[in-house]
Design a protein around this ligand. Structure first.
Ligand SMILES: Nc1ncnc2c1ncn2[C@@H]1O[C@H](COP(=O)(O)OP(=O)(O)OP(=O)(O)O)[C@@H](O)[C@H]1O
Ligand SMILES: [Mg+2]
Length: 453
């Protein structure tokens, strides 16, 4: 087991024989144990590392257990504190519960009972952290990646290969192409899967707040800082920190982010203590960060750190083979009542030909809307609303599995549209006679508005 997976424990007692024995016993059951033999040392240790559990003696010379408890609860609310106390101090011990201690254990302790208490405390901690993380996951929705195009498959291959490592991954690609989904995929296939996946949208947080969002702030650090706040870096400890739209992060905060990535340490805004966490960084952007570096808007050293492995998600119009699969997927997902079950071939063709400037997200929205507008069980072209025009002559992007006849039909349709259904002009553009065009329109059943020209 690695150090990060072990339960991090701090045992604080001025009696060295107590700390030494507890260390032995706890290590035997697989915990990672640090020792402090007085309150001042304990506070120092707590500042340097995040403990899951602190076993804390109350009566100690210099700084007593109460002070350590106060400090720990104010600064590291996620650490669970268990009080070790003599029989004579039970009243004080009860008071410590009100101050945030999880439980107290009387000395001489029974190790089995102590262990039960520690495990309960750990469950509580997990619940608290899971709650925070769950809220974030709910906002993100659930994730399933659909698509069989070679372009997408090779992206997935790289993502799965790097998932197991701790390397920083930079995901690029146009808006709505699935960058966040890939970030989830990496997390879920890593050793950190059971730990938090915490997403920070760097574009939606004002420059002035980004540092405190990431690294937290001390009470009173600035006007609105009424209480201590943990940063997302801290919440993501032992998991994955997803820096979304990282290209938008303020130039002033970039050096701090760089330092954090290099050392794993940071300070809360307004704080002096050096905190350290273990997070894996995955970032995403739809900006060309090399260009941003040239423009001096993004630090080159930071880009270099973030971009250890690069994953580029292709635009949807570069993997049109995925469109039918995605359509089926979204039909199942979006048509709640499952009333709308299918899509007509000509409607599907429209979707396969469209340019998808908004990529998969746009496709998802189009299907959702179409499912609502459709009266029967089948989506037809008239319930599909595309925002920009279907590109007509971009033959390089036509799916290769189309037959020549289908291709001809689509081309004729496009030319007709491009010429506002003027048949003479269209025939001319197609290099065929008006009569041939007329026959083909009939043959393919192309719908045209009332006869023009
Ligand atoms: N391959 C896919 N299979 C299924 N759903 C997908 C796929 N790719 C994207 N989606 C869906 O499309 C939407 C947009 O994806 P996502 O948020 O990951 O894109 P993004 O690249 O992060 O976009 P942006 O740059 O705008 O942040 C999401 O609802 C996502 O679930
Ligand atoms: Mg995104």
């Amino acid at each position: 087991m690695t150090q990060t997976q072990q339960v991090q424990t701090l045992v604080v007692d001025d009696e060295k024989n107590v700390t030494d024995l507890l260390k032995l016993q706890l290590e035997e059951v697989g915990f990672w144990v640090d020792i402090a033999n007085d309150g001042a040392v304990a506070i120092n240790k707590v500042q340097g590392k995040k403990y899951d559990v602190i076993l804390l003696d109350l009566k100690m010379p210099r700084i007593n257990g109460i002070e350590v408890l106060k400090f720990a609860k104010e600064n590291y609310p996620d650490s669970q504190v268990l009080i070790l106390t003599g029989y004579g101090d039970i009243k004080t011990a009860v008071d410590t519960i009100k101050m945030g201690a999880f439980d107290f254990i009387t000395k001489p302790y029974n190790f089995e009972e102590l262990l039960v208490s520690v495990k309960n405390a750990l469950d509580m901690k997990r619940l608290m952290v899971d709650n925070k993380v769950m809220k974030m996951q709910l906002q993100n929705g659930r994730f399933e990646i659909v698509g069989q195009s070679p372009a997408l498959q090779s992206v997935l291959e790289v993502a799965l290969k790097v998932a197991a490592s701790d390397a920083s991954v930079m995901i690029t690609g146009p808006s709505g192409s699935g960058k966040e989904l890939i970030a989830h995929l990496i997390h879920e296939n890593s050793d950190r899967a059971a730990k938090p996946f915490v997403a920070v949208n760097c574009a939606s947080i004002p420059d002035t707040l980004i540092e405190s969002e990431l690294f937290g702030h001390e009470k009173g650090a600035f006007t609105d800082a009424h209480a201590l706040k943990q940063g997302l870096a801290e919440i993501a400890d032992s998991g994955t920190l997803f820096l979304d739209e990282v290209g938008d992060i303020s130039y002033l905060v970039q050096p701090k982010l760089l330092r954090f990535i290099e050392t794993g340490t940071f300070r809360r805004v307004g704080g002096t203590a050096e905190m350290s966490v273990d997070v894996r960084i995955v970032s995403a952007t739809n900006k060309d960060l090399e260009h941003e570096v040239e423009e001096q808007k993004f630090r080159e050293d930071l880009l270099y750190r973030l971009n250890v492995v690069h994953v580029e998600v292709p635009a949807l119009n570069h993997r049109r083979e995925d469109i039918p699969l995605l359509v089926t997927h979204f039909l199942e997902k979006k048509s709640k009542s499952r009333r709308v079950k299918s899509i007509s071939p000509d409607a599907m063709r429209m979707l396969e030909y469209y340019d998808w400037p908004g990529n998969v997200r746009e496709l998802e929205n189009v299907i959702e809307r179409a499912a609502i507008l459709t009266n029967g069980e089948e989506i037809r072209p008239d319930s599909i609303a595309l925002t920009s025009k279907v590109k007509s002559a971009d033959l390089r992007r036509i799916p290769t599995r189309l037959s020549l006849a289908e291709l001809e039909r689509i081309h004729i349709e496009n030319v007709l549209k491009a010429n506002a259904f003027n048949r003479s002009k269209s025939a001319q553009a197609l290099g065929i006679s008006l009569k041939t065009l007329y026959l083909k329109i009939k043959h393919y059943g192309i719908e045209t508005p009332a006869f023009k020209g």
